[in-house]
Unconditional design. Sequence first.
Length: 443
Amino acid sequence: MIIEKNCYEILTALENAGFSAYLVGGCVRDALMGLPFHDYDITTNALPQQIMEVFADYRVIPTGIKHGTVTVLCNDDPFEITTFRIDGEYSDSRHPENVTFTANLRDDLARRDFTVNAIAMDLRGEIFDPFEGESDIKKGIIRCVGNPVERFTEDALRILRGVRFASVLGFELEADTANAIHQLKNRLDNISAERISVELMKLICGKNCVQILLEYRDIIGQIIPELIPAFDHEQHSPYHKYDVYEHIVRAVNAVPLEHSKADLLRLTMLLHDVSKPACYILDEKGRGHFKGHAQVGAGSARDILKRLKFDNKTIDTVHELIYLHSDKISTEKQIKRLVGKIGLEHFLLLMEVKKADNSAKHSFVLKELKEYDKLAETARRLAEEQACMSVSDLAINGRDLLEIGLNGREIGDCLNEMLERVIDEQLENSREKLLAFAQEMKK
């Protein structure tokens, strides 16, 4: 592992002052796996006051001094340095009430969540690994440090972090750790919505998300109970080969991780069929129907995302994409109307949603994927050609209509009517023709 020069400077300064200093946690884990990493966490036997004395010539921020953490800026790069510590009681299932500083690195590593995150490395690359985390990395295992029940009782967010690591790293959860996750899932109710949403987003963007979302669906149901009715809900549809929940999971995974909006699209797919069970009807021929599930589901998704404290822009976009995801679109006129309504960017996202949705159905439906690519290409072409797709694209505006004597609601009605006729190619989008049409409407 090559240590970045600013980090090397921090570690060297601590050692030159007579203290032990190690990199610890995710950066060591990712380095051992050959993965890129950006955040360096440093642990030391220096007390917080001693850390500040060592870095008296640096900018120092006592970010978490109560728990032994000091942030040091080295050439404007921040480095969190934490004193070796033993955590006290976790009365809120998230944070220790107090900590005790220790001179023993092993004691510090013993308080950490998983063995793969309990590995320390000094500036020479020497590893200190008392809980065999490096071996677990090689085996592809997520295993708690010590007793899993104790670890998850201390900090319930570790339950979600465990399944998130398994999803992102492509690892399996060790049996005792997995059993404790299922057993203690109710403790997630004690965790803030903001922390849960961060972990959820990382989980659904993991390369192993299908296996984890299926094997640990009870964890997903704990944080999004609206999805529980989808578990094992057969669709009885010629288009579908999975039950509702597995279809959802497969659709999430169908969104390419390299897409610039993969996180937004995967979140959309996680919730796109959330209301299918509530809208389910089995006809006399034994075929399932879910009329109105997109519109009902869009409302449910809005409620879920609000509860999980997502930002308003994300909530509005996911709501819109789910609301429209079952709409049939085939003609250029339909494309114009929809692009005019939601914009080109969201139209292109909607095509990705439709592709992901269809990718999780029977193979004969996959032929439609090319059609959605064609629709996206048509929308791009129309935008490049500056085709008239919204009121703002018309050759006249409200001020022009005001000047000929229209006012208030008449102006809006007239503009909308002209847009419809221009899109239907019944009216030329020229100032002369539009003004003449407006004069007729005024009469």
